[in-house]
Design a binder for this molecule. Structure first.
Ligand code: G1P
Length: 279
């Protein structure tokens, strides 16, 4: 059973300055909900209700968001505005929230290793809140799709999607053999390769289920691309032992770490999610 989900949320969000000067980028709203809440809802939908944040300086708003605001509750109790708090209240009832801090910015792999304190020795999910994933109504969330693969095979699973050549250098890219439609055994992986050096056009997006042996692999992973400790490099060690699968997820993914992707996500969610819920 997987119960825990890590959210590495220590990054600065420089691409959104000045909006992110005093506010975490994960709190940017997509229509009426902060990005990180979409991620937390996705984790809960997959049964991962022990949420762990790996935060950094200036990220207090995330912890406050997932806590009761007594002043606000008191102010709007009994008024029609109370309905606006219903969805966040229900999240607080369904999940627990813990935080640890990444004091140095040494990359995603390092952030996950810092999260070991919150995870212990068990399999866990990782959600990068910047990658907003929206599935068709009634379908499993992307994390739920990965958890189902994990339950069948007991191996680490990364979510992948096909990307065009000019995008490939923004992602971790896998080399893999198809096991069944949409499911691959990973034999190689490389962080942000140049298009001409990429082993495929199958890119990793910000959803992972990781087995706890990843921590030992991370402890022995040297800084790689951009001088950072990369989760891709640690996963490669497990992949060489046949311990990593890749799953071509169903759904849409928006890169909300870029202004362009963020605006697209906002328009999409407004038209296809928000309006339907508020009709
Ligand atoms: C991270 C990972 C990369 C992955 C990407 C997905 O990169 O290092 O392997 O493809 O997330 O969004 P980042 O976008 O944080 O630079």
């Amino acid at each position: 059973m997987i119960k825990k989900c890590l959210f590495p949320v220590a990054g600065y969000g420089t691409r959104f300055l000045p909006a992110t000067k005093a506010m975490p980028k994960e709190m940017l709203p997509v229509v009426n909900k902060p990005l990180v809440q979409y991620g937390v809802e996705e984790a809960i939908s997959a049964g991962l209700n022990q949420i762990g944040f790996v935060t950094g300086r200036g990220k207090r708003a995330i912890n406050d968001h997932f806590d009761v605001s007594y002043e606000l509750e008191h102010q709007i109790a009994g008024t029609p505005k109370e309905q606006y708090l219903t969805c966040i209240r229900s999240i607080l009832q369904q999940a627990t929230f813990s935080t640890t801090r990444q004091t140095e910015m040494k990359g995603l792999g390092h952030a996950i290793l810092v999260g070991e304190l919150l995870v212990g020795y068990e399999p866990f999910g990782v959600i990068l809140a910047d990658d907003l994933c929206i599935v068709e109504e009634g379908d499993d969330s992307v994390m739920e799709q990965l958890v189902k693969v994990y339950r069948r095979f007991g191996k680490s699973v990364v979510a992948i999607t096909e990307v065009p050549e000019d995008q490939i250098s923004k992602f971790g890219v896998i080399e893999a053999e198809e096991l069944e439609p949409g499911l691959y055994t990973v034999s190689g992986m490389v962080e942000k390769p140049r298009a001409e050096e990429a082993p495929s056009n199958l890119a990793i997006i910000g959803r992972y289920v990781l087995t706890p042996d990843i921590f030992e692999a991370l402890r022995h992973t040297e800084p790689g691309k951009n001088g950072e400790i990369q989760i891709t490099d640690a996963l490669l060690k497990l992949a060489r032992k046949g311990r990593v699968l890749a799953y071509k997820f169903r759904g849409k993914r928006f890169d909300c770490g870029s202004v362009d992707g963020y605006v697209k996500a906002t328009n999409y969610v407004y038209e296809n999610v928000y309006k339907k819920e508020h009709d």
